[in-house]
Write a protein that binds this ligand. Structure first.
Ligand SMILES: Cc1cc2nc3c(=O)[nH]c(=O)nc-3n(C[C@H](O)[C@H](O)[C@H](O)COP(=O)(O)O)c2cc1C
Length: 200
């Protein structure tokens, strides 16, 4: 592997785009997988993987079931931290900031862009709630498939939605030789960003 060049000190979104493109080319699967950390209002954190399904200057979007454990924590505390670790590139991206829910038009568009089987699976899942047996889930899947198979699409459940993390900080980290790694933290300033190098 060739040495990572210095992290540019401006525009972390442009560097994110470049790193993400390289990750999509190099990671064996799910280059868009990121750890999503949420916390209860009294400060108990929890973390799990989700998929990045869109990003632009406004922020980073993932989709989920708002009645899940994470959904409950988000409703009570609209703050999150996101983490990418692209192992083959030896790079880490940390993103922190408040969340906003995407519009129902955005959620509808993304839900219906997914394959029918994925729409069925999401609609059939009471995410994070106890399940007596796997057969119960499979029966719900079969029932929804039968109900909407002819239409070829499932109505988006109202609790299935997306959230955008609007970055109040972005931190880029990458490997450099002899474990003398490089780490730069960006915070918004005016229309752009200001950044500081941190000890790794
Ligand atoms: C690689 C990967 C990607 C995942 N992507 C999503 C996702 O985009 N949305 C989602 O709700 N769950 C996703 N999951 C499942 C979550 O990690 C988690 O099990 C689920 O959302 C329930 O989390 P909660 O109980 O904390 O709400 C993914 C899991 C893995 C391993």
């Amino acid at each position: 592997m060739t040495e990572n060049p210095s992290i540019p000190s401006t525009d972390p979104m442009a560097t994110f785009d470049a790193w993400f493109a390289e990750a999509r080319a190099s990671e064996p699967n799910d280059a868009n997988a990121m750890c999503l950390a949420t916390a209860t209002p009294d400060g108990k954190p929890s973390a799990r993987m989700v998929l990045l399904k869109g990003h632009d200057a406004r922020g980073f979007v993932f989709y989920t079931n708002a009645q899940s454990r994470k959904g409950g924590e988000i409703r009570a505390n609209m703050q999150a931290a996101l983490l990418f670790h692209w192992k083959s590139l030896r790079r880490q991206v940390r993103i922190e900031g408040p969340l906003e829910e995407v519009t129902s038009a955005e959620a509808d568009a993304y839900f219906h862009s997914r394959p029918f089987v994925s729409q069925v699976g999401s609609a059939a899942s009471d995410q994070s709630r106890p399940l007596d047996t796997r057969e119960t889930y499979l029966e719900r899947v079969a029932q929804i498939e039968a109900q909407y198979g002819e239409a070829g699409e499932v109505p988006r459940p109202p609790h299935w939605t997306g959230f955008r993390c609007m970055p109040s900080a972005i931190e880029l980290w990458h490997d450099r030789p002899n474990r003398l790694h490089e780490r730069r933290r960006f915070v918004p300033e005016g229309d752009g960003w200001t950044s500081t190098l941190l000890y790794p």
